[in-house]
Design a binder for this molecule. Structure first.
Ligand code: F6P
Length: 525
């Protein structure tokens, strides 16, 4: 394929030319004027879904843009693609798989599939219950009190985020290890007792090099601490879509939790991959997370595009990236408990839509995924917000904030949540409106777009809804861009080369590797 072979279908769509014309028109309009001249802008450009209220008034859009984006989605087969997703049909044609994450939340799929998923869920809940009640015991007969989850990418980011966001008691100590850097496991194991620590090895494929190397190190740690060989398996839970491979590794059938092949890694939090959440926060909390997501599933499935919140988020992200030419997007939750959201979203959006191959053949004409990044506010204001306000690149921001804070409920005289909310609203206003000044150092250009996502309170329902919202937004963006959001062949080449470099470092010839890799390996050896 050559760079010039663009997706033949996309170039011909009238909405694309029209959206390009809108982009040129809107370059000449300032958000400050749009906001001043239309006091109803927020009302007209806001949508609600489940516990989420989203205000898009500070995006550089108008109703003509939204109409074209929605028409473009319809012409791109949005309705059929969405039906296919919920019906459990193949929506990942390069791997011939469905995408079953909504079925895990009880929405879509057929009764047979739903029954199989319910069984997996029951087993997961039972095992989580055994851990929480102290029924699962280590090799010295003492109850297990710590669970170390070992997994990476989609087998780590979701459960880690949800545990960080929702754990409010010390009921059960759940920790996460992802990096093959030995410091990661070592740090998490510090102070733990071999007799009361169990591991959950989480890997869809059960072949991921980093995860298996960490799991082997964990096994060695238990053995070195006195756990007899015959008891090792009793302290390892396996969570996988490849039970055969897990069995070969040494996971016993009684401690094996499975999920379906059709559940993508970055969409797997809702399956038994979310085990750590059920252990740390309780099965009821995990259920509430799923309920919140299911609310958004039904909204996304049933609402027309004009009222569809996840679709709107997805279409606006494409508008910013592909038509206004803004290469990155920041996500700044004004909620410390959501500090890991940007990391989860990076994998969701960039592994799903960071692609150039069109499903219809050739290359996608438009720029696809933005670079996603961000950290929690207000901390972010004290590091990179300078550049967001006055830097050369315009970065659209998703602000996320909760009306009530859990901690604030404790004290009526504590004004910290009000300070947090005030800062969130102020930053969004400052970016949009800017400030005139004759002094270039003190001039704020404004016209910098953002969305404001508001939830009542950061609880399991709201978090599930938020995550599902971004999942469906990512799907919508993929549909209009004409790409497959469910494969990830882009991660393969590096993995293969890592294997070759590993043998080179261990004394192999590295025959297929380039001279620079050889030179660098020599230096590192
Ligand atoms: O390398 C990327 C990736 O395949 C992700 O898609 C996935 O979430 C992660 O690695 C972990 O894979 P597994 O769950 O099979 O260990």
């Amino acid at each position: 394929m050559t760079a010039a072979s663009h997706d033949p279908g996309q170039t011909a769509l009238p909405e694309i030319a029209s959206l390009q014309a809108h982009a040129a028109r809107l370059q000449a309009l300032a958000l400050r004027d749009l906001l001043r001249d239309d006091p109803d802008r927020s009302t007209r450009l806001s949508l609600d879904a489940g516990p989420i209220h989203a205000d898009f008034a500070r995006q550089r859009i108008d109703t003509a843009v939204l109409r074209d984006l929605e028409n473009w989605a319809l012409r791109s087969g949005f309705a059929t693609s969405r039906d296919d997703l919920f019906a459990g049909r193949i929506v990942n044609p390069t791997e011939e798989r469905p995408a079953l994450h909504t079925v895990l939340r009880g929405v879509g799929g057929d009764p047979q599939l739903a029954a199989a998923v319910a069984l997996e869920r029951r087993r997961m809940a039972e095992l989580a219950g055994r851990l929480r009640s102290g029924d699962l015991r280590g090799f010295r007969g003492m109850p297990i009190t710590t669970l170390v989850c070992v997994g990476i990418g989609g087998s780590d980011l979701g459960p880690r985020l949800v545990c960080d966001a929702l754990t409010v008691t010390d009921d059960f100590d759940v920790r996460f290890v992802a990096n093959v850097d030995p410091d990661d496991l070592e740090r998490e194991l510090r102070g733990l007792d071999v007799a009361t620590t169990a591991f959950a090895v989480i890997s869809k494929t059960f072949t991921t090099r980093e995860t298996l190397a960490n799991a082997a190190a964990a096994r060695a740690w238990l053995a070195a601490g006195g756990c007899p060989q015959s008891s090792l398996a009793g302290q390892f839970i396996g969570i996988t879509a490849a039970p055969e491979a897990a069995r070969r590794w040494g996971i016993s059938d009684t401690l094996m939790l499975t999920f379906r092949e059709g559940v993508g890694g970055r969409y797997s939090l809702w399956s038994s991959v979310g085990f750590g959440v059920a252990v740390a926060c309780g099965v009821e909390t995990f259920d509430a997370l799923l309920d919140g997501a299911a609310q958004i599933d039904r909204h996304f499935r049933d609402m027309p595009l004009s009222d569809n919140l996840p679709a709107r988020i997805g279409l606006i992200s494409v508008w910013n990236r592909s038509f206004l030419g803004l290469p990155s997007q920041a996500v700044v939750p004004y909620a410390e408990r959501l500090r890991l959201l940007p990391a989860w979203l990076q994998q969701l959006v960039m592994e799903s839509n960071g692609k150039s191959a069109a499903l219809a053949g050739g290359e996608v004409l438009l720029k696809t995924s933005p670079v996603i990044w961000g950290t929690s506010g207000t901390n972010a204001q004290h590091s990179y917000f300078q550049q967001l306000h006055q830097g050369p690149d315009i970065v659209p921001v998703d602000f996320i904030v909760a009306r009530r804070s859990r901690a604030n409920a404790l004290s009526a005289d504590d004004d910290r949540h009000r300070i947090l909310v005030a800062n969130c609203l102020a930053q969004s206003a400052a970016l949009a409106v800017g400030k005139a000044s004759d002094d270039p150092h003190r001039f704020f250009p404004g016209n910098r777009p953002s969305s404001m996502l508001i939830i009542a309170q950061l609880d399991a329902q709201a978090l599930g809804a938020l995550l599902a919202c971004y999942e469906h937004a990512t799907f919508t963006a993929a549909v209009v861009l004409g790409i497959n959001p469910f494969d990830q062949f882009g991660v393969e080449l590096g993995k293969v080369l890592a294997g070759e470099v590993e043998s080179l470092l261990a004394g192999g010839t590295g025959a297929g590797l380039d001279p620079t890799t050889h030179a660098l390996a020599d230096r590192l050896r």
